[in-house]
Design a protein around this ligand. Sequence first.
Ligand code: AMP
Length: 191
Amino acid sequence: MRNLVLFGPPGAGKGTQSERLQDHYQLFHLSTGDIFRYNIKNETALGRKAKAYIDQGQLVPDELTIHMLAQELDKHPEAAGFIFDGFPRTTAQAQALDKLMEQHQTQITAMLALEVEEEELRKRLLARAEVSGRSDDADPAVIQKRIDVYRQETEPVKKYYQSQSKLDQINGMGTIDEVTKRLFEAVDARP
Ligand code: AMP
């Protein structure tokens, strides 16, 4: 079983590249951002709790996020492996994910960390706002908050995977195809 963490700042291309990885390696794509947005749209209790954080560019609390992810994992016992997109975003989430993997008799194969310059992130997010309809992409102040939260709370998660020799840093600049090629090479290099 192959389980990949696709990591990177907002606008790094995690969603786009997850689709490529999902098709190529037959993995199940789990995006915590997508699951939150689905819950907000359907006005569930979880969606109501998460909305205020997301609108402000802050992280949804670990307890809620981890509980949600655990439930999602249980919904897909047939999956041959997962791509975790946008999770874990804190070290506590990374530790919880290791425990969940253990409970499912598997483990994380690698963390693929996309590296993209900040100016490029801002450009991509504003361009995405035109088509995504996401309010958190349209407001420069919320974009900056999300980038700041990434640097402060999320980027340290790389160290967690580095200490397990599972970190692959990938240049996320360039065309979508170029980045996909780099990702496939990194995945193929891990047995
Ligand atoms: P994304 O679609 O990954 O950009 O996520 C959109 C928003 O959902 C983030 O800005 C957070 O507010 C929230 N979110 C998504 N994943 C997580 C997570 N793993 N932990 C906390 N909040 C999250």
